[in-house]
Write a protein that binds this ligand. Structure first.
Ligand SMILES: [Zn+2]
Length: 117
């Protein structure tokens, strides 16, 4: 059985996961870019670049996928991305806590050496 303080923490972590909304892995980037027109202000000295452009990048099976987003879409993604970081943090804490607790349980049921049982 879990110690009561660890059980309380574990339950709180689970509630944290349940409270999360949508999660979106990847990262949001804001970029300023030239358009390529040599007469444009973006090619001047100093250059006045266009933007910000919002992009979402995410690695899938080793390939980086990039999606362009409107400012409104970027705001949504920011929230989902923040949820994703929270989820990872919660899962990590659940793992650490579970590791300690399962170590304790295994230790309590350790095999007695030399008894043959
Ligand atoms: Zn330009």
């Amino acid at each position: 059985m879990m110690t009561s303080s660890r059980r309380g923490k574990f339950e709180a972590l689970k509630r944290g996961v349940l409270a999360l909304g949508l999660v979106r892995p990847g990262s949001l980037v804001r970029r300023f870019m030239p358009c390529g027109n040599p007469a444009c202000r973006c090619m001047g000295r100093p250059p006045q670049l266009h933007g910000p452009y919002h992009q979402w990048t995410h690695k899938i099976a080793g390939k980086t996928k990039t999606v362009r987003l409107s400012a409104q879409q970027a705001r949504l993604c920011r929230e989902w991305s923040s949820n994703h970081r929270k989820l990872k943090r919660l899962l990590h804490q659940m793992e650490l806590l579970s590791l300690k607790e399962t170590d304790r349980i295994l230790g309590a049921r350790s095999v007695h050496k030399g008894t043959g049982k």
